[in-house]
Structure formats: structure tokens, C-alpha cells
Write a protein of this length. Structure first.
Length: 308
């Protein structure tokens, strides 16, 4: 569906994307992860045709983006980082304008705009000027215009930036519904937020692709893999937790008093032991969870291993 081979981009003779190759299949949700400056937005711009590669090839649905740019761009939608803004147009005006550019008119254009606005919960603000709506709503408009034409590939750049937990849940529900129709690539620094949505991870560091793996495999490299995090109404006996079989250490959350993480030794399962201790001591626990591994931690570690 999407094939990228030996992709390179240089700025001022310095490589910002360096020999990147990967493929994306139909209806995949792929996380493009990396720290600030890793090259995520540049890579998306190259795929979207907004930047010209120095070398390599991008093929989308069989169309080479260099030799058949219009056909390739028709196959994709792109939500730019930060959303859309316009000092005169309304939300509906922007969506109508994009729909017209995409070649829609009449009833088909109205249906496309209404469907996209409904999916992004934009109907109440359709007549609102773009320059007065919130940043989050602008981002919704950016996603709505990107899916108007039912693309095969949807590119999202930092779509969860600044979202509340409720907004993040709605975003995940939206993406899950879109995955029945298209492939989605989500570029983000906030990897942990997407751990239950993406099934595969691409990790960029200094323009290099340093990992291409199923997301659960990446999580297993976290030192918090299979750790247990708990929150209690009153302080718990940390020493009792520390001496349980298979426990590697204890971490207290400085930002959430009463919350501790019990780390597991590699290959050990400690959740049953922690649960049994809680029951025997009668601790008043407000939350208890088994961690799948923290992606942010793994991405940071991979980034440190790549020379600048």
C-alpha cells in the first residue's frame, strides 16, 4: 500500500532524513515516534509531497510520488501539526473549500462535508469563524479536511497534543473507526498515549529509522515492563513490597503522592505477589495496574544511542 525505499532528505548538505525504508499495509495504525527534532514532520511532509526528497522512492497504491504526484496525493490525507487557521473563513467555509479542491460539488460536496463534520463533532461550530475557535477545534477541522475524500492513507502530526483524557478517548475511538477504511500513521512525541491504539512502532532518531517493530515488542524493552503501579489512600509498607519475590525495586511518584511503582526483575511476574500482600495487609488501594511498558522511556533510550 505504502512503500518507502532509501528515502533521504538533505538541508544545507546535512541529512535530516537518512536512508529510511519501510512499508505500511492496509488498515494498519502505525506510530511514528521520536523526540523533538527527530525528523517526524519532515518524513510526513515527504510522504505528503510537501517536500521533495534528495534520494529514494515513495510509492502509494502503486503510484510513485515523483513521477505521478497527483495520483499519489489523491490517495492520502494530511493533518498538519497545530491544525488549521484562517482570519476570514468559517469552519464550514474551510471544509467546503477543501472539498471543492478535491473535486467535489453539489450534493456530493455537501454530503462529504457533513459526514466529516459529524465524525469530528464539528456540527455545532460549522458557522464559527476559524480565528475564534479553540486550538483543539482547529485540530479537529484539520483532521476533518484530511478525511473528506476518503483517502487510503491518513497522516496525523501530533494530533493528541494538549488533549484532556476525555478528548484523548474520543480521538482513539475516531481513529479506530477510520481504520476500517484507511491506513493511519500518527507522528507523536507522546508515545505512551498511543500505546493502546497503534499496533506497530517506527522510531526515528536524528533522521534515522532505529526501530520498526510491533508495538508490544518495543514495550518489552522498557524497564517498567510487567511492573505494578498502585495508589493508596495512606502510605504503604515499601519494605514489604521490596522484598517480594521477583521485585527489582520501588519507585515513588513525586507528582502523585501515594502512588508507587513496583519494578519486576526480567522474566518475573510479580502482580500475584503484590495483590496477595495488599489483601493480607488490608491496604486501602484506589488503583492497581500491571504496566505493559513505557514507550517514552524506550524511545528516549534509542535516541541516545544515535550519534548526532
Amino acid at each position: 500500500m505504502l512503500e518507502i525505499s532509501g528515502l533521504t532528505k538533505q538541508l544545507n548538505k546535512r541529512p535530516v532524513i537518512n536512508d529510511v525504508s519501510f512499508c505500511a499495509g492496509r488498515e494498519e495504525c502505525i506510530g511514528l515516534f521520536g523526540e523533538s527534532g527527530a525528523g517526524k514532520t519532515t518524513l510526513l511532509n515527504l510522504i505528503a509531497g510537501l517536500a521533495k526528497p534528495t534520494g529514494g522512492q515513495i510509492t502509494l497504491e502503486g503510484f510513485n510520488s515523483q513521477t505521478h504526484p497527483l495520483q499519489a496525493q489523491h490517495m492520502l490525507g494530511y493533518q498538519l501539526q497545530g491544525g488549521l487557521s484562517h482570519d476570514r473563513m468559517s469552519v464550514k467555509g474551510v471544509l467546503n473549500f477543501i472539498a471543492a479542491i478535491r473535486g467535489f460539488s453539489g450534493a456530493e460536496k455537501r454530503n462529504r462535508v457533513e459526514r466529516a463534520a459529524t465524525r469530528l463533532e464539528l456540527l455545532p461550530v460549522l458557522d464559527a469563524p476559524m480565528d475564534v475557535i479553540s486550538v483543539e477545534t482547529r485540530r479537529k477541522v484539520a483532521i476533518a479536511q484530511a478525511i473528506l475524500h476518503s483517502p487510503s492513507l491518513l497522516l496525523l502530526d501530533e494530533p493528541t497534543e494538549g488533549l484532556s483524557p476525555d478528548q484523548l478517548l474520543k480521538f482513539k475511538t475516531l481513529i479506530q473507526s477510520l481504520l476500517t477504511e484507511m491506513t493511519v500513521i500518527i507522528a507523536s512525541r507522546h508515545c505512551n498515549e498511543l500505546s493502546t491504539l497503534c499496533t506497530r512502532a517506527l522510531v526515528l532518531a536524528s533522521g534515522q529509522l532505529v526501530a520498526d517493530t510491533p508495538l508490544p515488542d518495543l514495550q518489552r524493552h522498557s524497564r517498567h515492563y510487567r511492573s505494578v503501579t498502585l495508589a493508596a489512600e495512606t502510605p504503604v509498607d515499601l519494605l514489604a513490597l521490596a522484598v517480594l519475590p521477583g521485585v527489582a525495586g520501588i519507585e515513588e511518584d513525586r507528582h502523585a503522592p501515594g502512588t508507587v511503582t513496583v519494578l519486576a526483575m526480567p522474566g518475573h511476574t510479580i502482580f500475584p505477589h503484590v495483590s496477595a500482600l495488599i489483601a493480607s495487609r488490608g491496604w486501602a488501594i484506589t488503583s492497581l495496574s500491571l504496566e505493559p511498558g513505557r514507550l517514552n522511556e524506550v524511545v528516549h533510550h534509542l535516541s541516545q544511542k544515535v550519534p548526532l
